[in-house]
Ligand binder design. Structure first.
Ligand code: 5BU
Length: 264
């Protein structure tokens, strides 16, 4: 199916080129799955990519979880991700002043050189986005920022007024591809979508086909309901990599999320 037919108004109204890249990949793979590869070794992550990559649109990493990190080893993750035709998404959650965020895009992990997408808080104001974008400019790469408008963790402080201010910051920047919306609450997601409109994406963690509650305050909702409420990507970690049969699990997340998009 052609991406523009599946995605309708989102295809027409999103401006960021990587949003179209994501929509194109999703239509090819018939999946809205972003895999949260929360594993401590490069070997483990590469294995996951090779086993599941055909059903995954973007690989979400926490690079600072990897034990004994070195860039040469990390290249294996980057290469495997590319060979499976996925975007690479570092869930860094930047939150500092612009200049420091710019520097943090380099350094040991050199996120600017391999990540297509990163997350950022908006708590420090809009300049954090410019800092991130400047770092991508330095290496002549295009990247997109997902701002945390909501979170899935219980008791988080991203209350309604904060969410609205975050959307104002996002609207003002061409680097903001979209927002993180809370998958554990259909009503919050619906509300978020009505405020965001069609011009930005909403990507959603806190979704699981079976678990109701995660560990340490993680909350879950159903991925199909999240997509029907306006989410464009389901971010799934343990629902897939902790499953007894990760391949069957990823297929199930892929087909149910894709079906929900078509229904929407
Ligand atoms: P899980 O195993 O599906 O619960 O993993 C969820 C992933 O999404 C994990 O990597 C978190 O860092 C990430 N996440 C989240 O769970 N909730 C949020 O609000 C944000 C990110 Br932002």
């Amino acid at each position: 199916m052609k991406a523009e037919d599946a995605w309708g108004p989102r295809w027409v109204n999103c401006a960021h080129p990587l949003s179209h890249e994501f929509m194109r990949i999703s239509s090819e793979k018939q999946s809205l799955v972003v895999l949260a590869a929360d594993l401590p070794t490069v070997d483990g992550i590469v294995e996951l990519i090779e086993e599941l990559g055909d059903y995954v649109c973007a690989l979400k990493t926490h690079v600072d979880m990897v034990e004994g990190f070195n860039m040469e080893e990390w290249r294996r993750v980057v290469d495997a991700t590319r060979s499976k035709g996925m975007l690479l998404f570092e869930d860094r959650k930047f939150a500092d002043i612009g200049r420091v965020a710019q520097t943090q895009m380099g350094g040991l992990y050199d996120i600017r050189s391999w990540a297509d997408l990163v997350t950022s808080h908006s708590v420090s104001g809009p300049d954090v986005i410019d800092g991130i974008a400047t770092a991508w400019d330095e290496v002549e790469r295009i990247g997109g920022v997902l701002l945390l408008a909501q979170m899935s963790s219980s008791g988080n402080l991203l209350v309604e007024g904060y969410t609205e201010s975050t959307l104002d910051i996002g609207k003002a920047s061409p680097h903001v591809l979209g927002y993180i919306g809370n998958g554990s609450s259909v009503s919050e997601l619906r509300e978020l979508r009505s405020k965001v409109g069609d011009g930005r994406m909403i990507w959603t963690p806190g979704v699981n086909l079976s678990a109701e509650e995660g560990i340490l305050g993680q909350r879950y909702g159903h991925p199909v309901e999240a997509v029907l409420a306006g989410s464009d990507a389901i971010i799934v970690g343990s629902g897939i990599h902790k499953s007894d049969d990760p391949l069957s699990a990823v297929r199930e997340y892929a087909s149910s999320s894709w079906g929900a998009l078509l229904e929407r």
